[in-house]
Design a protein around this ligand. Structure first.
Ligand code: ZN
Length: 176
């Protein structure tokens, strides 16, 4: 796993993800496959799953083979191959043979992030995408006195801000 160094999320190393489910010798329902996929974290924002981020677009069974369609958050996102491999491995551990297909159109939109995903982001000090950037407020204290420090935060998808009231830094996940 050469890619791991790029993201360094300790939670992804040596994972056993998928073993909670055992579909060896039987066929899960589509819902069960979605539940399993919900255990796979996004490598850049590990507090939310690839399902909550809206990366997983479709799950279906073609004859005896599962296909999972994924759309990267932005084209050229270096995490895409890694995500596909994490999804494939989690499914394989559970006994599901699947093909992962990258679908580039329609392009991923930040409106695809689920409500659960937005709540999880806020809880870890990342402000989820907003329609109106003027409504941006500090996730720590709620103050609107915030200032952009850097156009890019820990990843290109995010911008780094600092709250001028409580002085806490935080990331804003940009609207795409
Ligand atoms: Zn604050």
């Amino acid at each position: 796993m050469k890619h791991i160094d790029l993201f360094n999320p300790v939670s992804l190393i040596g994972t056993d993800r998928g073993r909670e489910f055992d579909y060896h010798g039987c066929t899960p329902s589509v819902d069960e496959v979605w539940q399993l996929l919900d255990l796979v974290p996004d490598p850049e924002i590990p507090v939310i799953s690839v399902v909550d981020l809206g990366i997983v677009r479709d799950v279906r069974l073609n004859n005896d083979s599962w296909q999972v369609d994924i759309t990267p958050t932005y084209s050229g996102c270096p995490a895409t191959d890694f995500i596909a491999s994490e999804i494939e491995q989690a499914l394989t551990r559970a006994g599901i043979d699947a093909k992962i297909k990258t679908v580039l159109a329609p392009a991923w939109s930040s409106t695809w992030i689920s409500t659960k995903g937005r709540q999880a982001m806020l809880a870890s000090n990342i402000v989820p995408p907003l329609h109106d950037l003027d409504t941006l407020s500090c996730p720590n204290c709620g103050s609107a006195q915030v200032k952009q420090q850097n156009q890019f935060g820990s990843t290109a998808c995010k911008a780094l801000y600092t709250c001028q009231s409580c002085l806490e830094p935080f990331d804003y996940f940009k609207t795409i």
